[in-house]
Ligand binder design. Structure first.
Ligand code: 16G
Length: 247
């Protein structure tokens, strides 16, 4: 079997660029050229340190950077892997958590805010609610295997849930528990550039390309139960739709 340096090249101890940057550059290039395939495991940090004659701290620093770029992912107990782009079906009404779990990735979120409030004029138009109606807002950074994938801003009418805190890891789990999970949705997709604040939250460069998906979800009886704006990293997602010709 080829040694790892035969795949990604060696580091130049005389070069003025820091060694962790050299290792990052070599790994990034190998991933882009697909010398390292999606889902391929990297050798353990200890082996990399030995092979490239650098400290484990340097290896860790190099890998940390690529994890936050979304090129690598750490899976607990299993090691570090090359990430694969997520293919998301456009015709399935699934949740972020389900999408990630079905790909063997571990979802988690951090809260930007989770609160009750009154509907804004924009939300009342979008959700068809009368002014003053209580709503819950759930704003999150969404991760897969520790890499930030999307920023998500959801508004849910007050009748759907008993409290803001009733939503923990998954909004759809909480809605389902209360018989309020949407069964139909309308979606709109638009290309966007991440502004400085969003870019910082999700760990990409300012003005990096992203995809904004707006979803309005409805119950069987037609009542709207969700308006969500999801800003996905453009470098992490492929949206896929199956089309049928109805003749
Ligand atoms: C997805 C949905 C979003 C929904 C969320 C619930 C798209 C474009 N959007 O991100 O509308 O609110 O899943 O995820 O798929 P959760 O149940 O994991 O919180």
């Amino acid at each position: 079997m080829a040694s790892f340096s035969e795949i990604i090249g060696t580091l130049d101890q005389q070069n003025r660029a820091p060694l962790y940057q050299q290792l990052q550059r070599a790994l990034r290039a190998a991933i882009h050229k697909e010398l390292l395939a999606p889902d391929e495991a990297l050798p353990p940090e200890r082996d990399l340190a030995e092979e490239f004659q650098i400290s484990r701290i340097t290896v860790r620093k190099a890998l940390d950077g690529l994890v936050s770029e979304g090129l690598l992912a750490r899976r607990q107990g299993a090691g570090t892997f090359v990430t694969s782009r997520v293919e998301k079906s456009f015709s399935k009404l699934s949740s972020f958590s389900e999408d990630m779990l079905s790909r063997g990735r571990t979802p988690h979120s951090t809260w930007l805010s989770r609160a009750a409030g009154a509907v804004t004029p924009e939300e009342s138009m979008t959700l068809g609610l009368s002014p003053g109606t209580p709503v819950y807002r759930f704003n999150r950074i969404r991760y897969a295997d520790g890499s930030a994938m999307a920023l998500e801003y959801s508004t849910v009418p007050g009748f759907c849930l008993p409290s803001a805190e009733s939503v923990e890891a998954s909004l759809y789990d909480a809605l389902e528990k209360h018989g309020m999970r949407p069964v139909r949705a309308l979606q709109r997709l638009r290309a966007v550039l991440f502004n400085a604040e969003q870019a910082k939250l999700i760990g990409v460069a300012e003005n990096a390309a992203g995809l904004l998906i707006e979803r309005r979800g409805f119950l069987k009886d037609g009542r709207p139960v969700e308006f969500t704006q999801s800003y996905y990293r453009g470098d992490a997602y492929d949206f896929v739709a199956e089309l049928n010709w109805l003749s």
